[in-house]
Structures are given as structure tokens and as C-alpha cells.
Design a protein around this ligand. Structure first.
Ligand SMILES: [Zn+2]
Length: 72
């Protein structure tokens, strides 16, 4: 996984296109980590990474920038 710290985007290590955030689940062995899933459409596959919770949350927040009025 390639991170762009400035834009907080992740890029596919295979085709280098931007990855799209899908979901983040609690890490079973590390409570402060999240198993964060991204999808690469050009490759038609997902990539899952263990990220710090705060990083995962930033990806989550950035994935739907204009639908934050939809509550649970
Ligand atoms: Zn790809």
C-alpha cells in the first residue's frame, strides 16, 4: 500500500490507481488497530491493511465527504 500523507489517499500497489475506502473492522488482536479494506476498481480486487484507528477514521471520513447528514 502506498500512502499519500498530504491527501490521505491510498494507492493500489499493483496498478497505482487510487483505492476507495470500503470499511474498517476492529482488529481481533490489536484494539487500537483497524482492519481497513479498500477496493481497486481497475484490478477488481480488495486490499486490506491494518491501520491505526485514527488513520482508518480519517479514511472513513474522507470517503463520503458530502453525505455526513445521513445518521445511523
Ligand atoms: Zn489496482
Amino acid at each position: 500500500m502506498i500512502f499519500d500523507a498530504a491527501e490521505e489517499k491510498a494507492f493500489c500497489p499493483k496498478c497505482r490507481q487510487p483505492l476507495f475506502y470500503v470499511t474498517a473492522l476492529p482488529h481481533p488482536k490489536a484494539p487500537q488497530m483497524r482492519k481497513t479494506t479498500f477496493v481497486c476498481y481497475p484490478c477488481n480486487r480488495t486490499w486490506t491493511y491494518s491501520l491505526a484507528a485514527e488513520v482508518a477514521e480519517r479514511y472513513a471520513a474522507g470517503s463520503h465527504p458530502d453525505v455526513d447528514t445521513a445518521g445511523p
